[in-house]
Design a binder for this molecule. Structure first.
Ligand code: ZN
Length: 412
């Protein structure tokens, strides 16, 4: 998916704005003597930007428009150190809502729908993005925010919500609660818009089957507007993304060179029309690929594959690169295994050990047999045999936030 001439012109405007504003990244470009580009090769020689750079610009060093044009800031958390602050102009806020409304439309959601929003509101880009897109579309927003499962279910029944927006772990928790309480016939949900974390096919199937709904993956990150820059259509052949607002390239995270369409690598995003804080070649550390060819839905928007993990999720165990997504792929093909798992890595007697805890779907399963089966399948995928321990359904931690599934005890 090479950058087009019109996208190159848009990038040039972003570069000029950054340089003129003498913002954090503008100074970097000016120091490197970059004033514009004229070809795809030029584009590929532009320096990358990284989350660490954005953090160095704290608090408002990324601001590229005059302050009287800034209407809002959002912030992405740093698990360590300073957060990243992204300023938005009125146009940025409006563009984001337009992209988000497009996502809902791509999912077949209309102004007749009632959209229950469970992601958090506040400094995060989550809740408010889901809400702005919903209002732009003209649907009814039911802005509950996270938590309070009791109230979520009550409102879902009383207001007859037709769409649920949630993280995958919270959607799973809600599905399990609905099942437990036997209230499924009082639930009117038809679709789920699920964002903000990587999730496996097995978990997806469970949520979709238990709630009887169609699921749509929404993509985005605070540094680039927020969720809403891409979503899958009903053919589920990858997420269409809005290439009139962003340009996406996939690079090899080691050589930093772009890889051909269809090959896995790291997603790198360039904003094309952002005013408050334009970003050039921002390394997301998310792993995916561009899906070549055309989607049966006929949309001309290009497609990104499912997010396979993070470049920093990569675990080096016994000298082998292992991704949690590989474990998820294995589990998704084993009907007796649930989608929930936990990996613990330790170092014993001079050797790395990987222990894999997996929930069985029911107590009628032979745990020993299932454990051995999973161990063999995982070995086939990653090249060595983990110690597999099967536990009862519901034993592993669920969370309303991003699940922490890998515990590395080697360096504690
Ligand atoms: Zn499509």
């Amino acid at each position: 998916m090479q950058i087009s001439q019109s996208q190159i012109e848009q990038v040039n405007k972003q570069i000029q704005a950054l340089v003129n504003a003498k913002s954090f990244y503008g100074k970097k470009l000016a120091d490197a003597g970059i004033t514009g580009i004229s070809s795809a090769e030029d584009f590929e020689s532009l320096p990358f930007s990284e989350k660490a750079d954005l953090r160095d610009a704290y608090p408002l060093g990324l601001m590229t428009a005059p302050e009287d044009k800034i209407v809002r800031i959002h912030s992405s958390s740093g698990t360590t150190g300073l957060p990243v602050i992204i300023p938005y102009t009125r146009k940025d806020v409006d563009d984001w809502a337009t992209m988000f409304a497009r996502c809902y439309e791509m999912a077949g959601i209309t102004k007749e729908d009632r959209i229950q929003i469970t992601p958090g509101y506040g400094l995060w880009t989550a809740g408010i993005g889901f809400q702005a897109g919903c209002e732009k579309l003209g649907a009814m927003a039911i802005p509950l925010g996270p938590g309070n499962t009791e109230k979520q279910l009550q409102m879902m029944m009383d207001l007859k919500s037709t769409v649920i927006c949630a993280t995958s772990s919270y959607a799973l928790l809600l599905a399990e609660e609905i099942e437990k309480r036997g209230i499924r016939d009082k639930i009117c949900l038809k679709k789920g818009v699920i964002g903000s974390e990587r999730w496996g096919e097995a978990m997806r199937k469970r949520i979709s089957t238990e709630l009887g709904i169609e699921l749509y993956d929404i993509y985005g990150l605070t540094e680039i507007y927020g969720p809403g820059i891409g979503i899958n259509c009903k053919y589920d052949t990858g997420m269409h993304y809005w290439d009139d607002y962003i340009y996406i390239e996939i690079i090899d995270p080691v050589t930093l060179k772009p890889v051909p369409d269809g090959e896995q690598g790291e997603i790198v995003i360039t904003t094309l029309v952002k005013e408050g804080a334009p970003l050039i070649r921002y390394r997301t550390h998310d792993l995916s690929k561009i899906i070549p060819g055309e989607c049966p839905c006929g949309s001309k928007y290009p497609r990104l594959g499912v997010i396979m993990g993070r470049t920093d999720d990569m675990m080096k165990i016994k000298g082998v690169n292992v991704f949690p997504s590989q474990i998820e792929e294995v589990l998704s093909e084993i009907p007796d295994a649930s989608s929930e798992y936990q990996i613990r890595i330790s170092h014993l007697d001079g050797k790395d050990t990987m222990r894999l805890y997996v929930e069985a779907v029911s107590g009628h399963v032979d745990f020993a047999e299932l454990g051995q089966h999973i161990a063999e399948k995982v070995k086939g995928k990653i090249g060595f045999t983990p110690i597999v321990k099967i536990v009862e359904l519901g034993m592993l931690p669920r969370s309303e936030k991003k699940s922490k599934r890998v515990i590395d005890e080697r360096y504690e």
